[in-house]
Design a protein around this ligand. Sequence first.
Ligand code: IMP
Ligand code: MG
Length: 180
Amino acid sequence: MNMREDLDHILYDEQTIADRVAALGRAISQAYAGQDLLVVGVLKGATVFFADLIRQIDMPLEMDFIAVSSYGRRSSTTGEVRFIKDLDVSVENRNVLLVEDILDTGTTLKYLSDIMRSRQPASVKICTLLDKPTRRTADIEADYVGFVIPDAFAVGYGLDYAEKYRNLPMIGVLKKEMYQ
Ligand code: IMP
Ligand code: MG
């Protein structure tokens, strides 16, 4: 079975993603130069982006992961977030950079950034690979954005539909019939 045949079209190919991730890494390296940095990936969708991004950040950093409940098999938000895995380390007095696959309604990142901010960190910033601003309902914006996309269901490069397609190396829009 060819996963690529389930795509309606490709949004960003491997090279386009790599170039953009390198640019984000440079911007983050400049912003945090000489400072402490804890990069926090949101499982599981951010893992592919996270792995590439940290290798484009040219300074010492530490990494950790958190997990929240996802859509499950549905393709639209429930507005409900559940903490599944917390950080292993304390964020007190640390610069936290939350790394997420996509900022959609904003429910997830609003919830997570509020929790992080309640723990007396030095700072909390957000880096998201994709941003769908037209879908936003929560009061939250990202500090670093890979690509702004229209309201379509994206898969690949870590993003899933019902846990599939995360290993596609490009980002594409799924054919409607795949989730209807
Ligand atoms: P939010 O809480 O509505 O901002 O949704 C964030 C989460 O929804 C992301 O971490 C994704 O898991 C999922 N999500 C939202 N839009 C998409 C999409 O287009 N493709 C895949 N997952 C998505
Ligand atoms: Mg996710």
